[in-house]
Design a protein around this ligand. Sequence first.
Ligand code: BF8
Ligand code: SF4
Length: 616
Amino acid sequence: MVKEVRDRSIDPASREMLAVAARAGLETAWDRFEKQQPQCGFGELGLCCRNCNMGPCRIDPFGEGPEKGVCGATADIIVARNLLRTIAAGAAAHSDHARDVAQTFLHVSKGMAQSYQIKDKAKMERLMKEYGVESQIALAEAIMAEFGRQEGPIQFTRRAPNQRLELWQKLGIEPRGIDREIVEIMHRTHMGVDNDYVNLILQGLRASLADGWGGSMIATELQDVLFGTPAPTMSEANLGVLEEESVNVIVHGHEPLLSEMIVAAASEPELIEMAKKLGATGINVAGICCTGNEVLTRHGVPVAGNFLQQELAVATGAVDAMIVDVQCVFPALGALSSCYHTKFISTSPKAKFPGATHMEFHEETAYETARSIVRAAVENYSNRVPSKVHIPEIKSKCMVGFSVEAIVGALGGTLDPLLGAIKSGAVRGIGAVVGCNNPKVQHDYGHVNLVKELIKNNVLVVTTGCNAQACAKAGLLTPEAADLAGDGLKGVCKALGVPPVLHMGSCVDISRILVAAAAIANALGVDISDLPAAGAAPEWMSEKAVAIGAYVVSSGVYTVLGTVPPVLGSKAVASLLTQGAKDVVGASFAVEPDPFKAALLMIDHIDAKRNKLGLI
Ligand code: BF8
Ligand code: SF4
C-alpha cells in the first residue's frame, strides 16, 4: 500500500493524503486511472474517427485490418483531424475565458459592472496606444471585435518579431479572428472537407496562434488591467496552507473574475466576525489550479495544490467550500464532497456538476454573489466533523508574481542585464516549463526533476500553471533555491534576489512568455526561433495544453512533451510535428517522458542556438 502511494506522487503532502483517502475507502483519479487500464489503443494512437455516422471507424495500426474509414479517410487524415479538434477545444477554452474578461472590461468601461475597477491604468493606456484608440470604451470594443474579426490579423500578433510575422504570412497562418479560426477547424474536419493532413495541420497552427497571441494574451492583458499586474510577492504552497481553526475556502478553476471577488469578500469584517462567532479564527482562502495562480500572483493567496490535488484537498475534511468556475474541475468532486461536510459550489452558467450547489455568478452582481458564497462557506464551518479532519503539516514558501513588467523591474528597468547574462553564458538559456498533472506520470516527478536539472545547468526557468505550483511546493520558487542552480545562474539570481524559477502566472499567462520571448528576440534583432530557449510540458493532459504546444512551436520554440500525444497512428503526422515542422516554422516537438533526458534535449537545443548566435 505504502509503495503504491509512493509511486503515485513525489509530493509528501499528497502521499500522506493518498494514504488517508485509501484508509477512508475513497476513490481518486489515480484509482480510476488504474481501472481504465488498458486504455484504448486506437484512441492512444489517434486512429478512431467519429466525425460522421457511417462510423465510428478505426484504422488497424498493424496493417492487417482496415486501412481506411468508410469514407476513405486514411490514418493520416484521421489523426490530423483529431489533433485539430483538440486544438480547437483548447483554443476555445482559453479564448472563451478571455471573452468573459473582455466583456467585463467593456461593461466596466460603460459603468455597468460596479464590482470591478481599473487597477492598472498605465497598462490600459499602453493598450489604447497599441490599438490606436482614444478611449477606454473604444479599447474594449476593439478587443471584443478580435473574436469575430473576419479579415486581417489580431492586433497582438504585431508584438512578434517581423521575421516571424513574415513567416506566418508566407505560410498563410497569420491568425484572423479567434472565433473564425476555431469555426474553420470544425468545418474543415467535418466529413468530406479538408483531407490533406498538411493543409489541416497548418490550420491547426493558425487557430493555435489565435489563442496564444489572441485569446490567451487578451485574457492576461485585461486581467492585469482589471486586477493589477502581478509583482513579486511571497506566499506558501501545498495542502498545509489549510488551517484547522479557520473557515477554509478553496477557489478552483480558471477565471479571476470570480476568485478576485471571493478574495475581497473573505476579508470583509462582517463575514470574519461571523466566522469568529462560530468558533473559527477567521476565513482562509486558498487556490487550486489556475484560478489559484491568478490570486496567488496578484494577492499572495496561498496555493493548496495543483490539478491532481483537488480531491486530496477535499479529503482533508477541512474544506468548508470548494468553489469552482470552469476548466480542470473533476466531476468526481460532487460525490467526494458528499462524504465530507464540504460544500461543492459551482458558479458558471457554462459549467454545472453533479452533486454541486449552483450559485450562479454574474458580473453585474459579482460582489454580492461572492459574499453569499463566502457566507455559505462560513455557515458550513459548524458542520465540520473534527474526527475526519486531517491536514498534512506540509507547505513551502514561494516567491511569485513575475509578470514581464516585474521581471524588467527586477532587472532595473531594462532587459539589458538579462541579455548580458545570456551573452556571457552566466545564463545559458531560458526554459519555459509549463502544464498539467497526469496520473500517467508520477505526480510532480516530471515537473520537479526537469526544472531542477535545467537550473543546475544554468538554464533560467520560467513557469506557469500546474508546473509552477509543483515548483512552489518543491521549494524551487525561493531566492534560496538559487543554491541548486549552476554557478552562473546562481550568481545572477543572488545579485537580483530572485528565484532561479520565475512564476509567471496561470496557463493563459503563457502569453507573458511569448511577450518576453518576442522582446528578447527584438532586442537581439533575431527571430524567436533563434533564441537559446526551449519549452516543456512534462505532465500535460488537457486539450488546452495541445493548443499551447501548437502556438509555442508555431512561434518558434522547440517543445518537449512528457506524455505522448495521440498522433503516433500516422507516421506522416508524427514526423511532420517532430521533424518537418523545423523547416516550416523553425521549431518542432519532441516526446520524452524521462525528465532527465528531456532536460538534455532542451540543453542541447539551447547550446545549438547559442552556437548559431556566435555565443560560447
Ligand atoms: O490551465 S496546467 S491541469 S489548471 S490545463 Fe489545468 Fe493543466 Fe493545470 Fe490551468 Ni493549464
Ligand atoms: Fe468513418 Fe470517414 Fe465518417 Fe470518420 S468521417 S466516421 S472515417 S466515414
